[in-house]
Design a protein around this ligand. Structure first.
Ligand SMILES: [Zn+2]
Length: 255
């Protein structure tokens, strides 16, 4: 077993870097144009320092808490709240709620992460966990998930029309914005998750089945790897390299 951590140039962001990113670079307007539904009713969430143990001192008590942001005036206000917490990760809630806060629908999504692929060098997730490297990944694993994301997109195209690929900072997400997909039952989601896994895709079953309703917020900073979460088209995906692609490299790393 070879010891490893992250591909070249990827590392935890500092508190000061998170501040710089969310105060100067993060553009919430981009989120609203990307979203396929009414943004004003979306719940956001942040986690300050669960994995990195990097956190503003005043939030020491809440460093592992999932903090929900569901009271805000507009997206600029959301940005202000994120600047207040300076989190390692920002998410949104895929559930759609009634006015009485009852979940009625959910966006269907697929999460492909490099730690879920079996690497010819580093082995499978069990071996990585054994080495205390459960969140690490290498370039080989990244390339495998990138190819899988393209294949998954094509597979999903057989049944859905409104598909969006997002580079998540580690792997990829495929979001399904089709209206019918929002209406799937829990049982149907679980079936889709199991079938997709059976086809050989290294997806996180919990995300697709809906148990894990939070998903990383596009255009936010992934603070474990210092990369910006960005949407990609299918044709951009084939050549996408997060080590060198300027679109996903925050300004604090570009100088
Ligand atoms: Zn590997």
């Amino acid at each position: 077993m070879v010891r490893y951590n992250l591909p070249e140039g990827m590392r935890y962001s500092t508190i000061e870097e998170r501040r710089k990113f969310y105060a100067e670079e993060f553009d919430p307007e981009k989120i609203s144009s990307w979203f396929g539904r009414r943004i004003e009713v979306v719940k956001f969430a942040v986690i300050i320092g669960r994995h990195t143990r990097v956190f503003p001192e005043k939030y020491r008590e809440d460093l592992e808490t999932t903090i929900i942001i569901d009271e805000y005036k507009d997206l600029e206000d959301v940005r202000h709240q994120i600047v207040e917490f300076l989190p390692e990760s920002a998410y949104y809630d895929r559930n759609v709620y009634t006015e009485k806060d009852r979940p009625i629908e959910q966006e269907l999504a697929f999460d492909l992460d490099p730690e879920n692929v079996i690497c010819p060098i580093h082995g499978g997730l069990a071996e990585k966990m054994q080495q205390g490297q459960g969140l690490s990944f290498c370039k080989v694993e990244f390339n495998i998930v990138r190819d899988q994301a393209a294949a998954l997109f094509e597979y999903l195209e057989e049944n859905f029309h409104s598909l969006n690929i997002v580079y998540s900072g580690r792997g990829f997400h495929v979001h399904v914005f089709d209206h019918e997909a929002y209406k799937l039952s829990k049982k149907e989601r679980l079936q889709i998750a199991r079938l997709t896994k059976k086809k050989g895709f290294a997806i996180d079953e919990w995300v697709t089945a809906g148990e894990m309703r939070l998903i990383r917020l596009p255009f936010s900073l992934h603070g474990l790897v210092s990369r910006v979460v960005i949407p990609l088209t299918k044709s951009e995906l084939a050549r996408f390299d997060p080590i060198s692609d300027e679109r996903c490299i925050p300004r604090f790393l570009r100088l």
